[in-house]
Design a protein around this ligand. Structure first.
Ligand SMILES: C[S@@+](CC[C@H](N)C(=O)[O-])C[C@H]1O[C@@H](n2cnc3c(N)ncnc32)[C@H](O)[C@@H]1O
Length: 299
């Protein structure tokens, strides 16, 4: 858990108290990344997080990025695939629509997200979901041909351990694909001192444990024994159809509100300003993503 981020305690019956405030108090006063405490979230927060996952993955740009990194891998039709931290299964549904595999097992620590993933993937053959923590997967060594770790390492306190586990459950010569947000690049600003950028900073603080993870992937992969690595970067931009970037505005404004930095009026104004820009064609939200693909060496 990242240290040094302090929450302001607010009385349970205070009118400004929000789900984010409640969340912040789960582990004393230190503010964690919400995804890293996914099993402790209340229903409202979990629903909001699930909606954001689906809305980001629903953007066609996401499918293009997944397709690009999959093209770096030679995946056989007989492949058994494990995904670590699958959330609502949005990426599992994209991948199983792009390539044919024998078996695809999505895993996530949250039983509610696993249940949601099962509902949303009804009828997709070979695709199933299991509850599991990426830091200790309930699979024998060498059970899979490919491990996918998509938008997870930036959210866990020990990314090295999660990546090592992914490598452990892949057979020798098997494949690994890691993808994540280079969240340090996230921008909503269209000019100097743009107030919307404050939402990005607050969002990143509350929702991303390690915003620089993409820049550390090569080193992490080498430490986990992954070889023949290939790194790519991608730009993700939203201007008119901006559901995901608007969710960053909303979650950032709500974080600033619950931190006591701004009041309810300004939080509403920031959200309204973002929507005004969408209508005026002046909205611009961008985040870079990065992927690393490679393989586990033969003995
Ligand atoms: C940003 S979401 C990404 C979900 C999905 N991979 C996607 O891209 O749509 C991060 C996911 O990591 C999961 N997660 C958090 N801690 C984890 C852990 N220790 N092991 C595996 N997954 C974890 C969360 O439950 C959440 O589903």
């Amino acid at each position: 858990m990242r240290s040094g981020r302090r929450c302001r305690r607010v009385a349970p019956d205070h009118p400004d108290r929000t789900v984010w405030q409640t969340l912040r108090c789960v582990r004393g006063c230190v503010v964690p990344d919400v995804y890293s405490i996914i099993t402790e979230l209340d229903d409202t927060t979990l629903e909001r997080v699930a909606t954001a996952m689906e809305s980001s993955a629903a953007d066609p740009q996401h499918r293009v990025m997944v397709s690009a990194y999959l093209s770096d891998l030679d995946v056989a039709e007989s492949a058994r695939v494990v995904e670590v931290g699958c959330g609502t299964g949005a990426i599992a549904r994209i991948i199983t629509s792009l390539i044919r595999v024998l078996e695809y097992v999505g895993t996530d620590p949250s039983p509610q997200l696993v249940e949601r993933a099962r509902e949303l993937a009804t009828g997709v053959s070979g695709l199933r979901f299991e509850q599991a923590d990426g830091a200790s997967l309930p699979f024998a060594d060498a059970s899979f041909d490919l491990a996918i770790v998509h938008r997870v390492l930036s959210h866990v306190p020990d990314p090295h351990r999660v990546l090592q586990e992914a490598v452990r459950v892949v057979r020798e010569g098997g494949l690994v694909a890691v993808f994540d947000g280079d969240y340090a690049t996230t921008t909503l600003a269209i000019g100097t001192a743009d107030p919307l950028q404050c939402c990005v900073e607050a969002f990143t603080r509350a929702f991303v444990h390690e915003p620089w993870i993409v820049r550390r992937l090569s080193r992490l992969a080498a430490q986990a024994g992954i070889i023949d690595t290939r790194v790519r970067s991608f730009g993700f931009v939203q201007v008119r159809e901006a559901d995901y970037m608007l969710s960053i505005v909303d979650r950032g404004a709500d974080t600033l509100l619950s931190d006591g930095v701004i009041g309810a009026d300004l939080a509403s104004e920031l959200k309204a300003e973002a929507r005004r820009r969408v209508l005026d064609d002046t909205f611009f939200g961008h985040v870079a993503y990065g992927s690393l693909t490679g393989r586990k060496p033969l003995d």
